[in-house]
Design a protein around this ligand. Sequence first.
Ligand SMILES: *[C@@H]1O[C@H](CO)[C@@H](O)[C@H](O)[C@H]1NC(C)=O
Ligand SMILES: *[C@@H]1O[C@H](CO)[C@@H](O)[C@H](O)[C@H]1NC(C)=O
Ligand SMILES: *[C@@H]1O[C@H](CO)[C@@H](O)[C@H](O)[C@H]1NC(C)=O
Ligand SMILES: *[C@@H]1O[C@H](CO)[C@@H](O)[C@H](O)[C@H]1NC(C)=O
Ligand SMILES: *[C@@H]1O[C@H](CO)[C@@H](O)[C@H](O)[C@H]1NC(C)=O
Length: 954
Amino acid sequence: MVLLKWFVCQLVLFTAFSHAFTDYLLKKCAQSGFCHRNRIYAENIARSHHSYYKLDAESIAHDPLQNVLHATIIKTIPRLDGDDIAVEFPFSLSFLQDHSVRFTIDEKERTVTNSSGLLISPQRYNKTWQHAFDKKFQDEVNKTNFPELHFLKQEHTVNSFWSKISSFLSLSNSTNNKVHLRNGDVSLEILTEPFQLKIYWRNALKLIVNEQNFLNIEHHRTKEENFAHVLPEETTFNMFKDDFLYSKHDSLPLGPESVALDFSFIGSTNVYGIPEHATSLRLMDTSGGREPYRLFNVDVFEYNIGTTQPMYGSIPFMFSSSSTSIFWVNAADTWVDIKYDTKQNKTVTHWISENGVVDVVVSLGQDIPTIIDKFTDLTGRPFLPPMASIGYHQCRWNYNDETDVLSVDSQMDVHRIPYDFIWLDLEYTNDKKYFTWKPNSFPNPKRLLSKLKKLGRNLVVLIDPHLKKNYEISDRVINENVAVKDHNGNNYIGHCWPGNSIWIDTMSKYGQEIWKSFFEKFMDLPANLTNLFIWNDMNEPSIFDGPETTAPKDLIHDNYIEERSVHNIYGLSVHEATYDAIKSIYSQSDKRPFLLTRAFFAGSQRTAATWTGDNVANWDYLRISIPMVLSNNIAGMPFIGADIAGFAEDPSPELIARWYQAGLWYPFFRAHAHIDTKRREPYLFNEPLKSIVRDTIQLRYFLLPTLYTMFHKSGATGFPIMNPMFIEHPEFSELYDIDNQFYWSNSGLLVKPVTEPDQSETEMVFPPGIFYEFASLVSFTNDGTDLIKKNVSAPLDKIPLFIEGGHIITLRDKYRRSSMLMKNDPYTIVIAPDTEGRAIGDLYVDDGETFGYQRGEYVETQFVLENNILKNVPSHIPENLIDIHYDTLRNTNIEKIIIAKNGLKHNMTLTDRITVKQNGKESSFSTRFSHENDNKITILNASLDITENWELVF
Ligand SMILES: *[C@@H]1O[C@H](CO)[C@@H](O)[C@H](O)[C@H]1NC(C)=O
Ligand SMILES: *[C@@H]1O[C@H](CO)[C@@H](O)[C@H](O)[C@H]1NC(C)=O
Ligand SMILES: *[C@@H]1O[C@H](CO)[C@@H](O)[C@H](O)[C@H]1NC(C)=O
Ligand SMILES: *[C@@H]1O[C@H](CO)[C@@H](O)[C@H](O)[C@H]1NC(C)=O
Ligand SMILES: *[C@@H]1O[C@H](CO)[C@@H](O)[C@H](O)[C@H]1NC(C)=O
């Protein structure tokens, strides 16, 4: 009895104070065979300085058709009897069109005796790039073989390239074993013995590949042969078995297969990227016994903060503050060690993947936006989301039935809280069977959708890749033979929400077709109902009884592919198949899909938004959400947010207020809550919380024209939406590790959300220039040349928010219930001049819902203020403007102009007429001014069309 009481006490204590993810479910590096082996190898090599890998200079050849350099890397395993073993690895190197360098290292054909009935291909998986790279390269796939795609093919380049190779060949000798290549601003040296690449940008050394000699490719050998194939620096730990408690059934059919390589970023001790991790924006040093960063898609409910443990998504893209990036094109379980070497002013990184090939793209440029531009050119641009989907999303696990949904819907309006999307989690289904509705709760989905549609609102429902056994959908998957298989070739059965489940194999083309057919039936809606969208959750995949919360690595996908090789792209294959299905279903109305995925990889940004998964309602998770969202933003996938105000547990009112004030800046703005939490739709809050949250959501809506313009910019160049300080101001090294304040794209909006309790002010960092407090336009000037720190006021109802001088932003500042209802509203522009009296701002407008923009149906313009003259300079107006205008673009007028007075060069002469110059002609309109305070002037009744050229003279 006493014991029991004690136990109950402990249990209560445990649940009250701990929201930790059960860490022991995941391997540490020392428990992961290949990670441990490569770390040990690196440690020993660092001492022995041996190198076993050389590039055979004699083997260098140039394929002039594809403009690829081919060679063989040879690994020599010394033997006491002198009968050394040589293993060959085909190497290729080429320049992409943007002058990025791509190189690959594969293993020469592996012959395996198939006595054990091997059900997977013995060859290394070399097709991750086909999933990661943009579809525009997919045509090339059919024409040419891996990896010969989109290289510089201009005749003159081929010639100069070839002549350099030729001259190298004639110069080649054992004492001068270097190849020099040049392509635009990039030059490169290949050193043969030991193998090394030195990569320069404008003659400055930026990256050394294999400087540390950590290159290690565990070539194929049988268990019996193994002893002869191990290098003196290697350990044989878990080469043919896995003794980790939760994955000890891994059959490891091909034994050790890992690939590892080091990259030294020269001239920088700051690296960023490789989301997803709940750590700082600037990546941490992992030397000295700390865990490497791990990229392995797993379900980490209430994940721990500040650790390098893996999470739901993986983007193996890293760059340094010296504008050099590597993209490690490998979807297997991957670990990355980082060591900052301040003495030598460089960063050494060590990349270790369980299998697959070495396939690396190195990009260089003058600044970091250029690097992200190149990365998203290669892997695809972030999709331009429907306008409604960048509004506010109301989600909960779960809205119980149609009445519940419609009551939330109407309460939001009663309380003047705008919203665009309402979500249904798992429980809307009939018995957790996807592609069905719970009959009594959602008897008429069409009726529900059509009610939501009246205000332009949308519904998202959850559909996951695990399918309950024994119902028509999973039966069909089995009958069509498109379920993921276990290592014996039987349909794999694991445990997930519905109990025993199978998994759709969307890695298979036919599997994708079957998946699509399910949506076609499920979304068989009248043509005017296109407001149903999908959320792919649990697609890491999450498997409750699987090793490390996910799929056994020896599962088998279509075409003899082992899960081990493609683990981190399975989730992408699920959401891409879903996207393709919805796009095709809505093709009649030309609607752009909105889609949310939990698992992601490089390339996911082409079709899906994501979020930071199962966080907890406390201040730590609010704080970490900002570097997490920033990290995805700089890795090409900006459409991300964190669950507001924490998924698990009940947030305090203060936390709710602060979380909405931070969340308003997430590109993806969604409230979500666990099924065990109290209801927290914003209208349920007491005052003043309710007003604070309402005003925050309204502010998001007022800013939609600016935010949509940022999404457009991101869709064109990959430019981050939540944008780190150091990208805007790389000249200040003090900003390299600031991740609690940020800009909104290049709009000049500068924010520092409050992420601590009990604050009435907060310290912000300001670069030189003039800054205007957003609401009042009260200004202050940092007229030095250094950063300054300044306390700014931040009571609970206030967001520390400034506009940096030099910017013009566009608003639609009338409260409306949804984004669709804002279409007829005129614009307001806010002008924040710099200390020279100049300002500039972009605006992008399209119909907000269709693919029409891809046919030129959009308006793009720039506002420029100089010498007290405001100009509108449209750079794109659709040819059929009139038709489009009345149909979808609707109101394109600016009605209100708010000017921050303090930055103006000359005093404005306030007359009641404003002069407008258009096509050389002058006219004027009578106006009214409003002076709220000494800092701003508002011109109230302008009528200036953004699709026309005009000048306004103050
Ligand atoms: C190995 O042999 C089995 C039959 O024993 C066959 O089903 C399988 O396809 C073979 N595997 C490969 C990779 O060829
Ligand atoms: C990719 O691997 C396949 C075998 O799986 C092989 O046929 C193909 O040649 C490989 N491509 C290159 C360029 O190594
Ligand atoms: C071989 O390398 C040495 C040292 O760099 C150089 O002096 C010599 O010219 C090279 N020989 C040939 C044949 O290119
Ligand atoms: C490191 O190298 C970069 C690039 O050459 C240089 O700009 C920077 O000042 C150096 N930093 C230190 C601490 O030496
Ligand atoms: C869709 O069309 C049907 C029939 O044409 C009509 O009855 C219904 O009101 C329409 N729904 C909406 C939301 O426009």
